[in-house]
Design a protein around this ligand. Structure first.
Ligand code: ZN
Ligand code: ZN
Length: 143
């Protein structure tokens, strides 16, 4: 039996502990970094009732799907995380806006944070475009 590395798409045997390209470790390091940046300094916000409500609203808005996987990689993947398009650290007021949230899988979340470090404007623009496509596609449904 083989499995596929979600990070580099390498196919490898189940007998191996992780991806032979060392992706497990890289992913762990990145997750920790995201946690540090996104969560730690805003812990009270992320523990608030308001955030729980927002996160649910975001999940519902995108039907529990990872928007980035859907449009960037043409893959249907369940999301796990509500991500601030403009980070909380940069604009606290936007932190509570549903329009500033997108639903993502862990994998896509890491990818976006990495992308954001090298191209902030481009990353934000791309996510907003995907949301627009989603809005257009879902509006036509059931009417
Ligand atoms: Zn890999
Ligand atoms: Zn994030």
């Amino acid at each position: 039996m083989n499995r596929i590395c979600p990070r580099c798409r390498k196919v490898y045997s189940y007998n191996l502990k992780g991806c032979p390209n060392g992706c497990n470790k890289k992913t762990r390091t990145e997750s920790n970094r995201i946690y540090d940046k996104c969560q730690r300094e805003h812990q009270s916000f992320y523990n608030s009732k308001e955030w729980k409500r927002l996160r649910e609203a975001c999940k519902n808005r995108f039907s529990n799907l990872c928007l980035w996987s859907l449009y960037k990689h043409k893959r249907v993947v369940t999301g796990t995380t509500a991500h601030h398009i403009v980070p909380l650290s940069e604009d606290k007021l936007k932190g509570s806006l549903l329009s500033n949230l997108v639903y993502l899988s862990d994998e896509a979340h890491r990818e976006i944070h990495k992308l954001y470090e090298s191209n902030q404007t481009g990353t934000i623009k791309e996510i907003r475009e995907f949301i627009q496509v989603w809005e257009v596609e879902t509006e036509g449904r059931g009417i």
